[in-house]
Write a protein that binds this ligand. Structure first.
Ligand code: C2E
Ligand code: MG
Ligand code: MG
Ligand code: MG
Length: 281
């Protein structure tokens, strides 16, 4: 996964025993500098109502634009950031940036739409997570009603009571909560009826195999049905074609996200799209 050339020839020879570690250290340093040098940027992917095809939210997705290598996808640096603890400053930056953006879009009259922000389990499990979030709200003057925090099932790897109490605090502050990548983690149906969740996001892997797997058709139907019973809205991730969208609409899934409507876009392109929707009204 990591390019050998990054390690440098001499290092490669001297530290051959640590060959696997060295490039990772190089990347870690580059990421550390990248944060300082403003090489990180948020892209936004629309979340669309299946009822009326209107954009009701956007998910903020982190991009690292390396001067020498171009855009690095999050799957190549988020795991490293989680391993090294860099996810903490990175996650704080993302939340702050999304809050600032929601204030700006409010001033431009583009809101109300929610901005969804991915929260790493490591970030969520910090003892002072609620304090940090409160601080960010105070600093940015953002309205938490316009922000949705996306957590994954792995937050529940910590203590259920602690997770529950944190989610309740966030909910009381006014945030929306989404359970991301639903169906891929250590799902326990026990917590589902306890957590104050607004959205369940069905993982892309279920959607992309709808064509080929009758079993996944059954699973997706069941998730939507269950969510309705629990009073959660459902977002389907990774919708790439019309037949997937039609199926999701037929089973009354609420919203979708995917390349069919739009890939993640930079801020300017997102604004163009949101403005277009406003003038259509
Ligand atoms: P995720 O939160 O589940 O985000 C959805 C991913 O699916 C995004 O990948 C998005 O670009 C991709 N996607 C959306 N529609 C389609 C589609 O129709 N087809 C296909 N093939 N893919 C689609 P991305 O941006 O590469 O992000 C990957 C993951 O990295 C995210 O998965 C999330 O877990 C993590 N991530 C991204 N930004 C952040 C961040 O700011 N903080 C944290 N902690 N994690 C982040
Ligand atoms: Mg997400
Ligand atoms: Mg997801
Ligand atoms: Mg996913």
């Amino acid at each position: 996964m990591y390019k050998v050339k990054e390690a440098g020839k001499n290092h490669y020879k001297i530290y051959h025993a640590e060959m696997d570690i060295e490039p990772q250290v190089t990347m870690e340093n580059a990421l550390r500098k990248g944060i300082e040098r403003n090489e990180l940027e948020l892209y936004y992917q629309p979340q669309v109502s299946l009822e009326n095809n209107k954009i009701v939210g956007v998910e903020a997705l982190l991009r690292w634009i390396r001067p020498d290598q171009g855009m690095v996808p999050p799957c190549e640096f988020i795991p490293l950031a989680e391993e090294t603890g860099l996810i903490l400053p990175l996650g704080e930056w993302v939340l702050k940036e999304a809050c600032l953006q929601s204030v700006k879009w409010g001033e431009q009259g583009i809101l109300p739409i929610r901005i969804a922000v991915n929260i790493s389990a490591i970030q969520f499990q910090q003892n002072n997570f609620i304090e940090k979030v409160t601080e960010t709200l105070f600093e940015t003057k953002a309205n938490p009603e316009n922000i949705e925090l996306e957590i994954t099932e792995s937050v529940a790897m910590g203590s259920i009571e602690e997770t529950l109490s944190k989610l309740q605090s966030l909910k009381e502050m006014g945030f929306h909560i989404a359970m991301d990548d639903f169906g891929t983690g250590y799902s326990s149906l026990q917590y589902l009826n306890q957590y104050p969740i607004d959205h369940l996001k069905i993982d892309r892997s279920f959607i992309s195999s709808l064509h080929t797997s009758e079993k996944n058709v059954a699973i997706v139907k069941l998730i939507v049905l269950m969510a309705k019973g629990l009073n959660y809205k459902v977002i389907a991730e990774g919708v790439e074609d019309d037949s997937q969208k039609l199926f999701l609409r037929s089973i009354e899934c609420d919203e979708y996200q995917g390349y069919l409507f739009s890939p993640p876009l930079n801020r300017l392109d997102t604004e163009v799209l949101l403005q277009k929707q406003l003038t259509k009204k």
